[in-house]
Design a protein around this ligand. Structure first.
Ligand SMILES: O=C(O)c1ccc(O)c(O)c1
Ligand SMILES: [Mg+2]
Length: 611
């Protein structure tokens, strides 16, 4: 399929946008009129640049408020159209988008709309231009594709067809099923956007919150499958209005857009089956089966006390690098004192995921445009297959201590028998939480969904003392790999309240024992205010003894239909803190209800290790 994107989706000048779009490997572009109007480039310049970048100008848009008007208003519409046709001829564009009218002057009369659109199509035909009529979800009289199709059919002109836009259809919950009744050659253009489920006015939702397919909650793949079954052979074109994308670096957004289209085509292939050909099919996702390790960049000794207090054992030292391996159960922590130290102190630099096939995991990531990391290793080291996540976190694909594959652990000389690491209550890494830069949150969620095949959970908004935090978890179906993505809302903090923290959560089979051991060794946990425990009494009837224990050990508590969740936090060192959790029964969450208490307690404490 040809791939295209609207210039409105990216930040910067028209020249910047074209460069980014060409650089990301798109075949075509929709020129948004406003981008041209404010540009110093003439239409001829734009035409030349696009050609140099290998981009076809697929569409010129939008032309507004044309149809179903009184005769004097119609005359003005036709005059405006002639002017646009002239610009399009200079651009070398042959398709113009007309959106359904939002004007109070428009009359609710389909025959009138059809007659006037026919007139417009006749004029367009004289310039070799075709008109793609799009129902805006908030159009005054025409707001769904089937109504637009009725009018296009009535108008019956070869230069008039439809533009379908996934947002306008799916945001209003209009069933895309009936698309199959439209002949493919009457669908002149297909625009694609996803959006997070947000209960708000559809115009506001569309203009500010659209995102790339796979980043939101709409079934864009199902809609595209319907459209391709009609025989539609035009481009798949992304049209995303998003306040954040319009501020982020255009090159990166264009790459993210391309990743979204590759993942989308794959999904459409699955949905449409053999009836549709010409779709990309990247190597299938290799779903990870657990965490192999978390790597913390920290000076030697900075974290030893903390890990020791939790019952971790230093089991090995890397043969060629200043890296210590700490272990308890199958929870492994690498403490790397060799990586360039971050100015903020200790930080989570990498995660290792257990993969059934590390080389295949990398191939998948590469096909979805993730940067593969160079293998900086000695001649005898185990292979390191790793890619960079959007926030720079390195993601390693491992097979730990399996007979069929060299293990990264072989690079560590043994300090202590790893059997010693089985003595404590901690069994494995439960999840990692990664705070994302605000302008890369959607990109990150698409990365974890598409590259690693993780399933997204619902988006949450959590109150922080200085604003709201958005949080979304992604996980494997069985919960063996869980990643919580957090982001501070734009403007939520002024730099002195740095929220760019990461944390690693370990699962304990007996959190009370872990907490007692931690305390006994003189380490300090995050202190939770008494008010929390008073309120907990109101929420749950836990019994006096249990309440006393929670209070004494600074344990937080949550419960869902499937089970219970107990957790506590260490103090923050640099950019990281640790969490200990115990899941009782089949509890699926992350204790999000307790996040406000945790965030407030963290803000109230000075942090160690960051000056
Ligand atoms: O928000 C708008 O006005 C608008 C314009 C053109 C489109 O294709 C669209 O989907 C929305
Ligand atoms: Mg549109």
């Amino acid at each position: 399929m040809r791939r295209s994107i609207a210039t409105v989706s990216l930040s910067g000048s028209l020249a910047d946008k074209l460069t980014a779009i060409g650089g990301a490997g798109f075949d075509g572009v929709e020129i948004f009129e406003n981008d041209l109007l404010v540009s110093g480039l003439s239409p001829e310049d734009v035409r030349r640049r696009a050609a140099d970048l290998g981009l076809a100008i697929e569409l010129y848009q939008p032309f507004r408020d044309f149809e179903a008007v009184p005769p004097d208003v119609l005359a003005d519409g036709l005059r405006r159209a002639e002017h646009k046709f002239a610009v399009m001829e200079r651009l070398g564009a042959t398709r113009m988008l007309v959106c359904s009218s939002v004007s109070p002057a428009a009359i609710d009369d389909d025959a009138l709309a059809a007659g006037q659109l026919r007139l417009l199509a006749e004029r367009a035909a004289e310039h070799g231009i075709r008109i793609a009529y799009e129902a805006l979800a908030w159009g005054r009289h025409v707001s769904d594709y089937f109504h637009a199709w009725k009018i296009v059919r009535m108008a019956d002109h070869p230069n008039l067809g439809l533009c379908l836009d996934s947002f306008h259809i799916l945001a209003r919950d209009v069933d895309p099923y009936a698309i199959r009744t439209i002949p493919g050659d009457k669908i002149f253009f297909l625009q694609l956007a996803d959006a997070p489920a947000l209960p708000m006015d559809v115009l506001h939702w569309s203009r500010h919150y659209r995102c790339f397919p796979g980043q939101g909650d709409l079934d864009v793949a199902g809609l595209v499958a319907e459209v391709l079954r009609t025989g539609y052979d035009g481009p798949l074109s992304l049209e995303v209005f998003n306040d954040i994308f319009r501020q982020a670096a255009s090159m990166r957004t264009a790459q993210d857009a391309m990743r979204s289209l590759i993942a989308l085509e794959e999904q459409v292939g699955v949905r449409a089956g053999a009836s549709v050909t010409g779709l990309t099919s990247p190597p299938p996702p290799v779903v990870p089966s657990g965490f192999a390790f978390a790597e913390l960049a920290a000076p030697t000794g900075a974290l030893g006390g903390l890990l020791d207090a939790l019952g971790f054992v230093r089991v090995g030292t890397h043969a060629g690098k200043p890296v210590e391996l700490w272990q308890q159960g199958t929870a492994r922590v690498l403490v790397n004192s060799g990586s360039a130290e971050s100015p903020d102190g200790p930080a989570l630099g990498a995660i290792g995921l257990e993969s059934p096939d590390p080389a295949a995991s990398v191939k998948r990531a590469e096909a979805l445009l993730s940067p593969v990391l160079p293998r900086m290793r000695g001649p005898h080291d185990a292979p390191l297959d790793a890619v960079a996540a959007p926030d720079g976190t390195e993601v390693f694909f491992c097979r730990t201590a399996r007979p069929d594959h060299p293990s990264w652990t072989d690079d560590f000389s043994e300090n202590r028998r790893s059997a010693d690491a089985a003595a404590g209550e901690i069994t494995h890494i439960d999840h990692v939480a990664l705070t994302q830069p605000w302008h890369h949150f959607d990109e990150a969620s698409l990365f974890y969904r598409s590259v690693l095949g993780l399933r997204p959970h619902e988006s949450l908004e959590l109150p922080d003392p200085y604003g709201l935090m958005r949080s979304r978890a992604v996980s494997t179906e069985d919960g063996a790999v869980r990643v919580a993505l957090n982001v501070a809302y734009v403007g939520a903090h002024d730099g002195s309240h740095d929220l760019a923290w990461q944390h690693v959560a370990f699962a304990s089979r007996d959190i009370v024992a872990t907490a007692r051991r931690f305390r006994a060794s003189g380490a300090e946990m995050l202190s939770i205010p008494a008010n929390y425990y008073d309120d907990l009494e109101a929420r749950y009837d836990l019994g006096a003894e249990r309440r006393r224990l929670l209070r004494e050990l600074n344990l937080l508590y949550d419960r869902d239909g499937q089970g219970e969740f107990l957790h506590f936090y260490t103090e923050t060192t640099g950019r990281v803190f640790l969490e200990i959790v115990q899941r009782v029964g089949d509890y699926r969450g992350y204790g999000a209800v307790n996040a406000p208490v945790r965030l407030a307690a963290q803000h109230a404490r000075p942090r160690r290790g960051s000056g």
